[in-house]
Design a protein around this ligand. Sequence first.
Ligand code: FUB
Length: 365
Amino acid sequence: MNNFKKLSGLALMMAMAATSACQQNTKKPATETGDTTKNSKYLSQPLISNIYTADPSAHVFNGKIYIYPSHDIEAGIKENDNGDHFDMRDYHILSMDSIGGKVTDNGVALSVKDIPWAGRQLWAPDVAFKNGTYYLYFPVKDKNDVFKIGVATAKTPTGPFKAEAKPIEGSFSIDPAVFTDTDGSTYMYYGGIWGGQLQRWNNGKYDANGSKTDSGKENEPALTAKVAKLSKDMLSFDGTVKDVVILDAAGKPLLTKDHDRRFFEGAWMHKYNSKYYFTYSTGDTHFLASAIGDKPYGPFTYQGTFMNPVEGWTTHHSIVEIKGKWYIFYHDTQLSGKTHLRNVKVAELTHKADGTIALIEPMKK
Ligand code: FUB
């Protein structure tokens, strides 16, 4: 956790005030409370401050913006490379009519206690709408402490969601991101190394004693995200799970030792000018990076980083088009100054004339 940046004294005092507001869980949107935590060194301000939120997956349904974040809590667990300190127990869905408008916390949409197969740690979710139903995809550890991906359904975008009895067959690891292509096919991109356990899976088998990190095979192709097509009923994988292949400009796969560029977690897919943009976090080096391909399955060619490190260890995002403009939803730790108590934000994102994404600097210089 070497990149955790300390807040200045003033910012720390403001963060402490905000922390106690969060702990009171007053359920009032920051836009209504005259939030006192605004700090001009940040590109954007937290969207809400009544609860801690992270990993925002944003979508537009019926003209309204919905954000599906993780709900961070103080569980009192010491920070480690497994991510045990991220011990989240439910999801709250946020909504707003427009960027900059009032943000509503719609309350509990799904609890870990209502997922029959779940053990602990509800991590970054995503959602899709099809067949008149909203499908919420979520990673959670099962009762053997192995991350799997589950699905829950609702008739409205804010739920409450009802979980299926079992995880998606063949699923593992974390951070599902669900993308529906213009032909109606839906794909799930997922996976995360270290605490996300991807390095412990080999040929469909989980090794509970496997490595805690991706170190050891530095000159081999890096572990990468997975992609699976979803079945028509959206409840299972249709066909085999494939690797998301990320190649460098010379057509060679990124290597494990290439920590500035290789996939770590937090996959997202968006389509722009008929190209497929696979974007992700580099984890321990804290960048957001992009790779572009011609098909949803890839291969994808690495393009570079497009967002510099945020305050806090993790970086996780989504990209969505809203009324003809593109936005990135992301998180940092402005309100708490603590790695595991994050707050979601939004900023504009630009595709440059050459198709690459313009660099986003989350802290003002
Ligand atoms: O929120 C828990 C984990 O932290 C997510 O699954 C990762 O993407 C990272 O943001």
